[in-house]
Design a protein around this ligand. Structure first.
Ligand code: HEC
Length: 462
């Protein structure tokens, strides 16, 4: 059945009839990128076990990039802490599966504006920005991956719609799983343990997508998330208090149901608005800064709040509370509810209500779309805009700092000089004290970089 359904699916993606997919096999000593270069849309690239020292960039549609596992041995992409990204995907309908990806300076596996993606059964370890990072895409699946030792979010779904994040394990990272400025996410059945914060549903200010709505966190195991926050100083992630199971940061219509929360030292679930983290989150007038209409349904809470950390410790101490709660609301929010309130320890939730009896998200089986979403070809100008959204905003916002400096400042440095910006982006030099290095974006064609630069120079406050 698998073969038949994936064939039908690829046919639908390509809009083609009977295309015979070719299988290209990569052996150790060869380069995966060479096979991707030879592949036609719809082909399968199979990578045999061994170590591959490269960055793979896939900008064709319908490619299946598959590691072949032999007696437990995987195809391993090793960045040796010198290369930036492991696998970058800009084509639609691409599958990335069965790899080990380790020691990259930026991201392990990233999609950039790609729709209909599947990222499954990969082991990603020790990357400095994100582990698995779909950015600005629609309709995707991230499942059965194991991601660890990431200095920001292990799995980070940025500005996406309709993505299922299922049955992953994330640990030893600053955040286990984050959805950011995204819509219609199902995050289910994941084991999220030993991070600074387990899961975060966020609306980050300064980004071009102005809302974050309808994330369901369901049936996850959220355990022992008490690591000290080791995000690079000044990154927005460094402002996140440790010891939290789940943080809902200004996102709306979240449902939290059926999860096991055990031993998260600050609190099991924290709700915050932009004002409560104003150091790292300057107000964005285009956004509603409050988390509204959240429904916290039945969850299991055991031994949370026993050793509050960072800002949560300070906040509880100021309120004279000596034990971290299961549910803590800081700042403002409207129409939020908790089911079976008497079962939980709460703080800051005075204006919350009891959810309606029997409330459940059980009718939602998947957030993915029934058919692949269409992905029309872009003009060069649109590609500049798209590249800004799908690459640059992973680290830059207009007026705030997430990883790199704000674009508003960059505009003044490069006014009238888009070529200068292109030169920098292809070969960045270290300039900004307290910031990490920017990874070169030299895999992108020059004309696309010039369109991005022009797009950035024309950006205005939203
Ligand atoms: C992985 C994170 C990351 C990504 C992706 C990224 N940047 Fe950066 N960028 C940075 C960091 C960090 C710095 C500051 C580096 C330093 O100290 O100079 C920076 C700095 C810059 C600068 C400032 C140069 C100067 O002269 O001061 C420009 C211009 C820039 N980025 C443009 C871009 C563009 C355009 C893109 C998208 C094509 C992009 N960046 C993608 C992280 C990133």
């Amino acid at each position: 059945m698998q073969g038949l359904s994936s064939w039908l699916w690829l046919g639908a993606v390509l809009g083609a009839g009977a295309v015979q997919a070719e299988v290209l096999v990569v052996e150790p000593g060869q380069r995966i990128q060479d096979a991707v270069r030879r592949a036609a849309p719809g082909d399968v690239v199979e990578v045999m076990p061994g170590t591959y020292r490269e960055t793979v960039y896939v900008d064709k549609d319908g490619i299946v990039l598959r590691g072949i596992i032999v007696a437990g041995e995987r195809a391993t992409l090793d960045g040796e802490n010198t290369r930036n990204d492991g696998i970058l995907v800009a084509g639609h309908g691409v599958v990335v599966e069965n790899f080990a990806v380790r020691h990259y300076k930026a991201n392990g596996i990233m999609t950039q504006g790609a729709n209909n993606f599947v990222i499954r059964n990969n082991i990603v370890e020790g990357t400095s920005v994100y582990g698995i990072f779909p950015q600005f895409g629609k309709n995707g699946l991230v499942s059965h991956n194991i991601v660890s030792k990431v200095e920001d979010a292990a799995i980070y779904v940025g500005m996406c719609d309709n993505v299922d994040v299922l049955y992953n394990e994330t640990y030893a990272s600053v955040m286990g799983i984050e959805t950011e400025n995204s819509h219609d996410m199902l995050v289910e059945g994941n084991y999220v343990h030993g991070n600074a914060a387990g899961m975060v549903i966020s609306l980050v200010p300064g980004l071009p997508v102005k809302t974050a709505e309808r994330t369901i966190l369901r049936n996850n195991f959220v355990v022992d998330n008490n690591l000290d926050n080791f995000a690079p100083e000044g990154a927005i992630a460094a402002g996140l208090p440790a010891g939290i199971g789940v943080m809902v940061f200004a996102a709306d219509d979240a449902i939290i149901e059926g999860n096991v929360f055990r031993n998260n030292g600050s609190a099991a679930i924290v709700f915050g608005d932009h004002a409560s983290f104003s150091d790292v989150a300057p107000a964005d007038p285009g956004m509603d800064p409050r988390p509204d209409r959240a429904r916290v349904l039945r969850n299991v809470y055991i031994d949370n709040g026993t050793a509050p950390k960072d800002d949560i410790a300070a906040l509880l101490a100021a309120a004279g509370i000596d034990h971290g709660p299961d549910i803590l609301a800081t700042g403002k929010g409207r129409k939020n509810c908790i089911l079976d309130r008497r079962a939980v320890r709460e703080a800051g939730t005075e204006r919350w209500s009891e959810c309606e009896a029997g409330a459940s998200s059980a009718d939602v089986v998947s957030m993915r779309t029934a058919a692949p979403v269409p992905s029309p070809a872009l003009t060069r100008e649109q590609r500049g805009h798209m590249t800004y959204l799908s690459v640059c905003t992973g680290c830059h916002t207009y007026n705030a700092r997430i990883v790199g400096p704000p674009m508003q400042v960059i505009q003044t440095l490069y006014a009238g000089n888009p070529e200068g910006m292109v030169a920098y982006v292809k070969q960045p030099q270290k300039k900004w004290p307290g910031y990490p290095e920017m990874p070169p974006q030299d895999y992108l064609p020059d004309e696309v970089l010039l369109e991005v630069a022009n797009y950035i120079l024309a950006l205005r406050p939203e």
